[in-house]
Design a protein around this ligand. Structure first.
Ligand code: SF4
Length: 686
């Protein structure tokens, strides 16, 4: 038996694990020395050992449905991409990658597409998760930085959870919040249209009208101004306030108007305002309820405005905190894995493009952002993108309007899928399938929601002919002619280059700088302990903008869509406690399947009654994008007129319960993040 320290495969909490490995069996326990979890694990992490079998694994390369050698597969991918680029230009190809990739994998993918193929067309499923937070951070701070750590929960007097079922989706963070509540009486406010499990221990739950978050935050900001709660000195020294900002806030931000806009009792709203006023040590944690909206970036900035204007940032227990969904969404952000960013937290400003071009000695440097996820698949369907490589993700299920994604993939001339699972909904469209290492075989680094970089270490030998994602991309890059630029022998080679780039001509402008690891030895990389970059961001009141000041961003509450006659209800979507994404891994665990055995549509009893629907009835949920069948769960926690379905089930597990078919492909105009939380819907009892 060997004990290996690694990190959990699932959420952005980034828990450390001690894995006791015997052959291909593994016993999992929490790593008491890991700062993110101090030995605790939730149900998903605890049962990881049930998910590492070879059942369903993709074990060898396939082309045209037949087993082929790695040489043949690499040759085919390289030739097809090279030919497509030669005939139609670099923007005719694309990569769609994943927060499941390790930072080293992500780095190579980004370098290959942006520096050598010469297109910005690499986007990631993190676009669906937190790209609104990225855009909001950049607008306010000048850099995508989460300015808080989990330790801030221990020092906060008020924690506001907005659009987050933290108890289910980030359980170890939730336990830490509950510990703060027990030890120092920290007040908890939950702002969420649904009464979720997270509300059970809250002092106050505000079940606001979906999409009215900007009205609520602007109302609170106006209240702070009117009650003299702004930090005038901080605003003067550290924040740029655009002309007219406060005047624009005036209209419709009084208590009564805000309560009406948010459909909340004024007394509850006032109770929240008073809690905020009384507790300067405030953390506002936000997640998909904020990000996954067609006004997600404005909603993020409404929260950041509040913290900047009241000086609740850069101090212990006081900060806005975007918590990420995936294990390495943050690592992807660091290497520039989004189509809208470049590398090392840089954007596409001409001087940054030149810096990265020089560093990579790139022959064909992308000079502008590429296609964001939803637009990318639209362009595939329209025939403009003619070759796509999808890595470690399942867009045929997870993107909005998944029916459109399937049409796109069915007509795309060349689809490559690299994954550890053989038969995903997306892999069914692949012309070439490449077997990738799974969790337990990968070796590299991940970054969690609090900027903590941890090692993920291999527990087992690679299964079958599977290879690490970085190796697969390196081979293709070399076959396309870029041999010396992709001459990596191990993940540490890539990590060192990533660290060098983070400090290259940074000049102290950005907080993301891990240049101290630019020459880390292989043994030191292997033994690396978790560490956090960025220190205590903005503690000195200086931000990553040209003048060093943060920015208040004027944001207005959008006009909310009126219910449609044909679709009078509103569909919200989200996760279950014990499942992960499209269940390719958690679906293998019998214990995890016991929590919720099938996908349910949660309906308020009065809405169900009006439609003659009883508990456990089969119900068809229809939206303008599609329809699917769910079993009914009657829940007083739903607002009237709103229903909720889980995101996890796919064609592989069930003919119904297909939430991916239901949301429209409408996106936030700044971030490109889809609005999964608010889709017009209709219910019919079957
Ligand atoms: Fe894994 Fe997240 Fe659970 Fe921690 S909280 S064990 S990272 S799923």
């Amino acid at each position: 038996m060997r004990e290996i320290r690694t990190t959990c495969a699932y959420c952005g909490v980034g828990c450390g694990i001690r894995a006791e490995v015997t052959g291909r069996e593994v016993a999992i326990k929490g790593d008491a020395e890991h700062p993110a979890n101090a030995g605790k694990l939730c149900s998903k992490g605890t049962h990881l050992g049930e998910t590492v079998s070879l059942e369903g694994r993709l074990l060898y390369p396939e082309a045209g449905g037949k087993r082929v050698s790695w040489d043949k597969a690499i040759d085919r991918v390289a030739k097809r991409f090279t030919d497509t680029i030669a005939r139609h230009g670099p923007d005719s190809v694309a990569f769609y990658v994943s927060g499941q990739l390790l930072t080293e994998d992500y780095y190579v993918a980004n370098k290959l597409m942006k520096g050598f193929i010469g297109s910005g067309n690499i986007d990631t499923n993190s676009r669906l998760c937190m790209s609104s937070a990225v855009a909001g951070h950049i607008r306010a701070f000048g850099e995508d930085v989460v300015p808080a750590t989990y330790a801030d929960f221990d020092e906060a007097d008020l924690i506001v959870l907005v659009g987050s079922n933290t108890a289910w989706c980030h359980p170890i963070v939730y336990q830490r919040i509950m510990a703060a509540r027990a030890s120092r009486g920290t007040k908890i406010v939950v702002i969420d249209p649904r009464r979720t499990e997270t509300c059970e221990d809250a002092d106050l739950h505000l079940p606001l009208r979906p999409g009215s978050d900007v009205a609520l935050m602007n109302g609170l900001l106006a209240h702070c101004r009117d009650k003299g709660l702004l930090d005038a000195g901080y605003l003067e020294d550290c924040v740029n306030t655009p002309d007219g900002f406060w005047d624009a806030l005036g209209e419709g931000s009084d208590l009564w108007s805000t309560a009406a806009a948010c459909d909340l009792p004024p007394a509850d709203l006032l109770a929240f305002y008073e809690l905020f006023a009384a507790n300067p040590r405030t953390i506002t944690l936000f997640s998909q309820g904020i990000n996954q909206s067609v006004r997600g970036t404005d909603q993020v900035n409404a929260i950041l405005n509040l913290h900047l204007a009241t000086g609740r940032i850069g101090k212990p227990g006081a900060a806005p905190f975007s918590i990420t969904g995936q294990p390495n969404a943050m690592g992807g952000r660091e290497v520039g894995g989004l189509a809208s960013t470049l590398a090392a937290h840089m954007d596409f400003a001409p001087e940054n493009v030149e810096t990265v071009r020089r560093f990579w000695a790139a022959p064909r440097m992308a000079s502008k952002p590429g296609l964001k996820a939803v637009d990318l698949f639209r362009q595939v369907r329209e025939g403009r993108v003619k070759a796509i490589w999808i890595m470690a993700t399942n867009p045929a299920v997870s993107l909005p309007d998944a029916g459109l994604v399937r049409e796109a993939l069915a007509t795309c001339p060349f689809v490559v899928v690299s994954d550890c699972i053989a038969d995903t909904d997306t892999a069914r469209f692949a012309h070439v399938k490449l077997p990738a290492a799974g969790w337990g075989e990968k070796d590299g680094t991940v970054t969690n929601s609090e900027r903590l970089i941890s090692r993920q270490r291999a527990l087992f030998p690679l299964a079958g002919e599977a290879k690490p994602d970085w190796w697969i991309m390196t081979q293709v890059a070399q076959a396309m002619g870029w041999t010396e630029h992709f001459a990596y022998d191990c993940p540490a080679d890539i990590y060192r280059e990533h660290a060098r780039l983070s400090t290259y001509q940074n000049g102290g402008k950005r907080l993301f700088d891990i240049g101290y690891h630019a020459a880390i030895s292989n043994p030191a990389y292997d033994a690396m302990e978790p560490f956090r970059w960025g220190g205590v961001p903005f503690a000195d009141g200086r931000f990553s903008t040209p003048d060093g000041k943060a920015r208040l961003v004027p944001v207005e509450q959008m006009v909310l869509e009126k219910p449609l006659a044909k679709f009078p209800m509103t569909l919200n979507t989200g996760r279950y406690r014990d499942q992960w994404h499209t269940m390719t891994r958690t679906g293998l665990s019998p214990k995890l399947s016991q929590h919720r055995r099938e996908p349910l549509v949660e309906i308020h009893p009065a809405d169900a009654d009006e439609r003659g629907i009883a508990a456990d009835d089969l119900v068809q949920v229809s939206t303008p994008a599609g329809d699917s069948v769910f079993r009914a769960l009657l829940s007083e926690g739903q607002r009237r007129g709103e229903v909720f379905t889980p995101i996890h089930w796919t064609d592989r597990q069930s003919t119904g319960g297909r939430t991916g078919l239901l949301p429209r492909s409408l996106v936030d105009p700044v971030s490109g993040q889809p609005g999964f939380k608010s889709t017009p819907a209709r219910l019919e009892k079957l």
